[in-house]
Design a protein around this ligand. Structure first.
Ligand code: IVH
Length: 671
């Protein structure tokens, strides 16, 4: 083929490929099969290889075979990329609306454009004479990172606009829910870590140095704004701008609407909130933008956000999915809980595949069956929970589930003790309990041993290296390296993490030991008042109960826990290994003065949760001083019930008075 014929053929191919690319990625209406498309692309690549001089900037070959970069170049945005103020309630929107009216001095209805707030990543795209030049992340709003190589892999990003205009365009890059789930399935089957949510997957993909990685991740892009554009048509409203962006070949969100007045804006938000589950991509709210650009200019900006737009954020979500199976889980206290194994579903930004059904009674009351369609949400925005069974979706294939009579881990009988809601495996040597105890010990709020999760805990237990948490501190590298899954590097990391954890303050250790009813808060309280593990071990129930929030149930549990022979063995092992048993006040350890350092306290009246002696001890342990009579030098008067004449004296001298609750709060701060 001669040069001129090749030029002609290439130009036709380019045009065809652009057209089909647009039909496929932007319109979602493919006109030809993938195979036909691939054939055209192959021909183009082959011709370009033969005639390198004919390769142009608008060639679809730019999308493939990009070479990796070694670092991200900085790109200064022509115009800063702003963020949006968030609103959470309809009242707040009404306030925003009235403010807009007031600033514009207008009584009549304001027109807005409502758009979904895509939960992806803001990108800036720069075109010159209609040809895509480069694109960048938001960065700090002024300067972003050049991610052109990755953006080129996005099928819906036009390499060439329908008009020869220059300027910056703004949009949101994202991965659809379906593509995200598929991507995670592939990663899981390859033994790779999965992404928590589509946003993270999109962010991770755009920040790859090698465009081949991004090319394997199905990124997409909606464009919603243009700035500093020269040439082309000028729009005078956001609505016109969106239409124009569509004409230029960008993918514009089809859910955008022109809405009028306060009611119109609110109705848009409500309708979008209802619809969000049915959208192909994740959104976390609606964006409402004052439609008229002249009005926008008049409204202007505050700091980093425009006064003419807001993000109306949606509240926590629900999702519908199917119960694949119900299994039982044995916790570290032997509690046996039913867990629903779910068809993976996206919920509030992460993939959910299981939800606790709590107890036998809850399971029965909710009547959850295997094969049921259920509605789930995140309790407290964190823990997935089944809220309702769609009984209308039952087709007779659902299976009833009943709780086992034997522990699934050790096969010993399970019991439901009088007054308890849960079934329990009473075998203290039950493997599942031991493994869960190790996991709890290592958890972030406990000893915070990174890398010691369920899988490794199980491995350590099964290989008989670790029978209780005390054994963890006697692991040697030569024990770990031969273990399947643990290479040399991970073994070293684990040992380093264990070593580091020895320095944790007492409250972390107390929490990590997994004493029943001793959560993080109680652990902090204990450590603040009994600043050494020995003091906790020796404390009588009476002493413990003098602390606010500790009643007979907790005190009995603590006392009983430390009486157990297993506990005594563990504590000995920990002590020998050099694990810190002190409440090592942070401010003392770091040599920094704390609230108490150098301060003089006087006590008056009777305290509810401290004896005088105890109060004195805790203050002095933190570098404070307790004296008996008040003077100008007194910093604080700690006031209990029925205070004496010291109170009047303190008032006279203008001395700060604190109540017992404040003392408790201060004690907790330092631990
Ligand atoms: S407008 C000055 N429109 O939300 C206007 N932003 O919190 C700024 N976003 O950084 C942006 N969908 O990443 C706009 N339809 C939409 C959006 C949207 C998602 C993101 C964008 C921005 C962030 C602002």
């Amino acid at each position: 083929m001669d040069l001129e014929t090749a030029r002609g053929r290439l130009s036709r191919l380019k045009e065809e490929i652009h057209r089909h690319n647009y039909a496929y990625h932007v319109l979602d209406q493919p006109l030809i099969s993938d195979a036909e498309f691939d054939r055209m692309m192959a021909e183009l690549l082959q011709l370009e290889a033969q005639f390198p001089d004919l390769v142009t900037d608008d060639s679809p070959s730019r999308r493939v075979g990009g070479t990796p970069i070694s670092f991200f170049r900085e790109v200064r945005h022509l115009e800063p990329m702003l963020s949006l103020d968030n609103l959470f309630t309809e009242e707040a929107f009404a306030e925003f609306y009235r403010r807009v009216q007031r600033t514009l001095g207008r009584q009549e209805e304001i027109t807005f454009v409502g758009e979904p707030k895509i939960d992806g990543l803001a990108v800036s795209l720069y075109y010159e004479e209609g040809i895509f030049q480069r694109g960048a992340t938001r960065g700090d709003g002024f300067t972003g990172e050049d991610i052109t190589h990755n953006l080129l892999t996005i099928g819906s990003l036009p390499l060439q606009l329908s008009e020869s205009i220059s300027g910056e365009f703004r949009g949101e890059a994202f991965i659809s829910k379906q593509d995200f789930l598929a991507l995670n399935r592939v990663r899981e089957s390859l033994g790779l870590t999965t992404f928590a949510n589509p946003r993270n997957a999109a962010a991770g993909s755009l920040r790859q140095l090698d465009p081949k990685v991004a090319a394997e991740r199905p990124l997409d892009l909606f464009v919603y704004a243009l700035s500093r554009v020269s040439g082309g048509k000028a729009s005078s409203t956001q609505w016109e701008a969106l239409q124009y962006l569509g004409q230029l070949n960008f993918k514009v969100n089809p859910e955008a609407r022109k809405v009028h007045g306060l009611e119109g804006g609110l109705a848009y938000c409500r309708q979008l909130a209802e619809q969000r589950h049915h959208l192909a991509y994740e959104i976390d709210g609606a964006v409402l933008k004052v439609n008229d650009f002249a009005d926008q200019r008049q409204l202007g900006f505050t700091g980093r956000a425009p006064r003419w737009a807001v993000a109306f954020k949606f509240s926590s979500e629900e999702a519908e999915t199917v119960v694949r199976d119900i299994i039982v889980n044995v916790g570290r206290t032997g509690a046996i809980t039913p867990v629903a194994q779910l068809e993976p579903v996206l919920l509030a930004g992460s993939v959910v595949q299981r939800a606790s059904l709590h107890t036998e009674d809850v399971l029965r009351d909710k009547d959850v069956r295997i094969g049921d369609t259920v509605i789930i949400h995140k309790a407290g925005d964190v823990i997935p929970e089944v809220i309702q069974v769609r009984k209308d979706r039952r087709d007779g294939n659902q299976l009833l589930f009943s709780m086992p009579q034997w522990c699934p881990s050790c096969q010993k009988p399970v019991l439901r003790l009088p007054g308890e809601a849960v079934l329990r495996c009473m075998n203290p040597a039950c493997p599942a309990q031991l493994v869960e105890r190790i996991v709890h010990f290592a958890s972030r709020r406990g000893m915070d041993i990174t890398g010691l999760g369920e899988a490794i805990a199980l491995l350590l237990f099964q290989s008989s290296l670790v029978r209780d948490v005390g054994d963890l501190y006697y692991l040697r590298k030569e024990d770990l390296v031969p273990l399947e899954r643990l290479g040399e590097k991970s073994a070293e990391n684990l040992l380093a993490e264990l070593e580091k954890s020895k320095q944790n303050p007492l409250h972390k250790l107390l929490y990590a030991l997994g004493i029943r009813f001793v959560g993080e808060r109680t652990a902090r309280l204990l450590a603040s008042r009994l600043p050494h593990l020995d003091a906790v071990i020796q404390a009588s129930p009476q002493e413990l109960e003098r602390m606010e929030e500790i009643g007979p149930k907790i005190s009995t549990s603590i006392v009983e826990f430390f009486k157990q022979p297993e506990t005594i063995r563990v504590v000995e092992k920990l002590e020998k290994a050099g694990v810190n048993f002190d409440a090592a006040e942070k401010f003392q350890a770091a040599g920094q003065p704390g609230r108490f350092t150098g301060k003089t306290f006087v006590l008056t009246g009777s305290l509810e949760n401290f004896s005088r002696e105890e109060a004195k001890n805790v203050i002095e342990a933190r570098g404070g001083k307790v004296v008996s009579s008040i003077s100008k030098k007194t910093d604080y008067l700690l006031t209990g019930n029925n205070p004496g004449s010291k109170l009047d004296k303190a008032r006279e001298l203008g001395i700060t008075m604190i109540a017992e609750e404040e003392l408790s709060a201060w004690l907790m701060e330092g631990t």
